[in-house]
Design a protein around this ligand. Structure first.
Ligand SMILES: Cc1cc2nc3c(=O)[nH]c(=O)nc-3n(C[C@H](O)[C@H](O)[C@H](O)COP(=O)(O)OP(=O)(O)OC[C@H]3O[C@@H](n4cnc5c(N)ncnc54)[C@H](O)[C@@H]3O)c2cc1C
Length: 443
């Protein structure tokens, strides 16, 4: 069975490729997944580091509204490795140690619980909070369907300011949310992705706005289990196999060739490669398009091992610092004390991606010292910096229209991956949503 010609060839073994392969294998299709790297997981994986142990390539946050992602994890039997606490609580810390908390009462229906949470923020004057009404109305008007072009053309900053939201309100709630969701600063990111994410989170049920975090490293969350699931159904997964071009015969894609000259033929080929990798392949003209101009946005992260605990929250948003978020890996992964492992994130890191690892660590320790009172006394016993220059699609105005629909392409070929036009920002959920769209079409 394993050596038979595959029915579906899937390029890329990240969330999209593995979810698509798993769904097709479940539907009885013979699949073959090729990935250029020695490990699976693409932009979301873990590895062992001598200084800090198992490290994710960057902290990933999931949401209750990640329905396709949860469907994939349920399929491969690992959904319980995601923890989704019922309460929606976000703690914020500022230099000087000042604290704020967004706490959305779980007994209130969405989106009222968010309104209650926002009204409870300490650092925003009441008159500023009254502008929430205009925000609520604007979002409700775009509850479903494509985001209007006029909004797509605006940046997050332009849209929020146009709705009358004060700079203080934006800085305390909207900016951290936007940069976290879109991986791009509110000055650069289109409002479209923000609208897409907020309406999923707040208009699609009570559970949607809950934050979900993996109890295990990312590879343990899905890559090993997905490979096992696919192989148990007669599929194959080949690592260190870099696709170099597509085989096109009679106006139909018939498979792919690798840079080592191996030919893999199949009735259908699905690409889950990000646009910056896909455009390097030898492709028929029919598949080229404006998507080739889509650009990436970087994320820089660091894992710090400390000799003692300095925070008890699962994660804290840092306000007014270069570092955006800090996650408590002991709380997330159930690691024993007295040491503590923290993961910090700098999103939209166009500047930090050019820094040396030492400078990233200096910045993170300075920010943590300023915001977490216990940090100064702690000793950093190990650290690992990971720079991901191609972390996500940069969702600038104009990008949305360049994203091809998942499942589009040409005879024998489908586009998939987080960057395809799923109606969502280019996240894990978009990757998995694209995967199921394509698999459902082929199955
Ligand atoms: C540091 C970081 C933090 C992030 N945080 C979050 C978060 O909190 N929440 C969230 O939802 N999303 C987050 N993301 C984004 C998320 O990781 C991606 O949206 C998702 O992993 C994309 O999955 P994918 O399968 O579409 O693409 P990829 O994971 O990029 O998979 C594509 C695969 O194709 C392979 N490939 C490329 N070229 C070739 C070739 N020529 N031949 C064969 N294989 C090839 C690659 O090796 C890769 O494995 C983050 C990303 C990073 C980097």
């Amino acid at each position: 069975m394993a050596s038979e010609r595959p029915e579906v060839l899937i390029l890329g073994g990240g969330f999209a490729g593995l979810a698509c392969a798993a769904a097709l294998a479940e539907g009885g299709r013979r699949v073959l997944v090729l990935d250029k790297k020695p490990h699976l997981g693409g932009r979301a994986y873990s590895f062992d580091d001598p200084a800090v142990g198992s490290v994710d390539n960057g902290q990933h946050l999931f949401m209750g509204c990640y329905r396709a992602t949860r469907r994939f994890l349920r399929l491969i039997g690992t959904e319980d490795r995601l923890e989704i606490p019922p309460e929606v609580v976000v703690d914020y810390a500022e230099p000087g140690g000042r604290r704020d908390r967004l706490s959305c009462p779980s007994w209130l229906p969405a989106p009222l619980h968010l309104a209650a949470g926002l009204l409870g923020l300490k650092g925003v004057p009441l008159k500023d909070k009254l502008t929430l009404l205009a925000f609520d109305q604007a979002l409700k008007a775009m509850k479903k369907g494509p985001v209007p072009e006029a909004v797509e053309r605006l940046t997050v900053r332009g849209w929020l300011t146009g709705l009358g939201l004060s700079p203080a309100f934006q800085a305390r709630f909207f900016d951290p949310a936007a940069i976290g969701i879109l991986n791009e600063s509110p000055e650069l990111a289109s409002a479209a992705g923000f609208v897409q994410a907020l309406r999923e989170m707040f208009f699609t049920g009570r559970e949607s706005s809950r934050f979900a975090l993996a109890r295990v490293g990312l590879s343990q969350l899905y890559t090993d289990a997905a490979r096992g699931f696919i192989e148990a159904r007669g599929g194959r997964v080949i690592s260190t196999a870099k696709a170099a071009g597509l085989i096109v015969e009679g106006g139909r894609v018939r498979g792919a060739v690798t840079d080592m000259g191996s030919r893999f033929e199949a009735e259908h080929t699905v690409s889950t490669l990000p646009p910056w990798d896909l455009k390097k392949l030898e492709l028929p003209a029919a598949l080229r398009g404006p998507w080739g101009d889509l650009a990436p946005a970087p994320i820089v992260g660091a894992t710090l091992r400390l000799d003692r605990a300095v925070m008890s929250e699962r994660f804290v948003g840092l306000l007014g610092t270069k570092t955006h978020w800090v996650f408590n890996k002991n709380a997330l992964h159930g690691l024993p004390g007295p040491e503590q492992t923290l993961a910090v994130v700098i999103s939209g890191a166009h500047e930090a991606v050019r820094w040396s690892p030492e400078r990233v660590l200096e910045t993170a320790t300075r920010d943590l010292t300023a915001c977490l009172p216990g940090f100064a006394a702690a000793k950093v016993t190990g650290a690992k910096v990971v720079k991901e220059p191609f972390a996500t699609l940069s969702p600038v105005p104009g990008a949305e229209a360049k994203r091809p629909e998942p499942g589009s392409g040409m005879a024998g070929f489908s586009f998939a991956g987080d960057w395809t036009r799923t109606g969502l920002p280019a996240t894990i959920e978009s990757a998995c949503a694209s995967a199921f769209t394509v698999a459902d079409k082929i199955n």
